[in-house]
Design a protein around this ligand. Sequence first.
Ligand code: KMH
Ligand code: ZN
Length: 303
Amino acid sequence: MTPAPAVPAGTLITVAPTGAETAKADVPALPVSVEEIVAAARSCEAVGASVVHLHVRDGQARPTLDLGHVGELVAAVREATALVVQLSSGGAVTDPLPERVAVLEAAPDAASLTLGTVNFGDDVFSNPWGLIVELHTQMQARGIVPEYEVFDLGQLATLARLLDRHGLPHGGHVHVDLVMGVPGGMPGTTAALAACVAEVRSTLPAGTTFAATGVGRTSLPVMLAALSAGGHLRVGMEDTLTYAPGEPVRDNTQLVARAAGLAQIAQRPPLTPDQARTLLGIAPAGGAGTGTTPSPTDTGGAP
Ligand code: KMH
Ligand code: ZN
């Protein structure tokens, strides 16, 4: 009989506090300035986040890939927290592809890397093969750990092809984030998550881990399904602006606290930032974090 895949002993919780697609004017609680994003990151770290997924805004709260702004935010979050700093290479749907690659010059710990073009509401989120290879190989060269963003099942086949042709990412560990419920991508359902997990287990390297993100009203069902399947979690105001029917999200901390509570109930408590670094193959931060608890996985073979 085939043994059941090992379940990670803890849960990596990523907070995506801002995104690039929501206007501050529409959602005043959205953190957009350096001070607001740093405050959100600190608060989310205190309730269980170990990774922060960053999009950057300019002085008018517009999304920007300007390297001065990007570098300033990366430095400020590093200064104030021990969180793993993961920059978005997805940017906004309107961003030119070369500028999305150039953000790697800000030398984050990690960066997102989307595995294919997808309709994104009325827009198109463009991720041609050439861009995917460029991001993957530049991250290898720069020592940046990718988080592979998957919006549809077929993008997992693209990831398998990418790894086959261009090798493992920096650090040697493969970590996937299933982004579910985007209008144009896969639905945020247990069935879709189960299909992706089966694909991850059968086509990607042993030890590959996954997180899941349910956009909008799929946030809760995706979170519960991911926990039950041994997955990790991403939450935040980039993805979810309504906490419950008729109730706007108060702040990112509210979303991370809910995710951390569910992870506790699942008996897979939130990982510390140091544990997240161990899991993802990222070098320890210079003196930041506590790192006093045991290894985050029981075997390293989780799903
Ligand atoms: N803003 C979305 C079109 C990422 O950060 O890598 C894409 C996105 C993905 O947010
Ligand atoms: Zn993003």
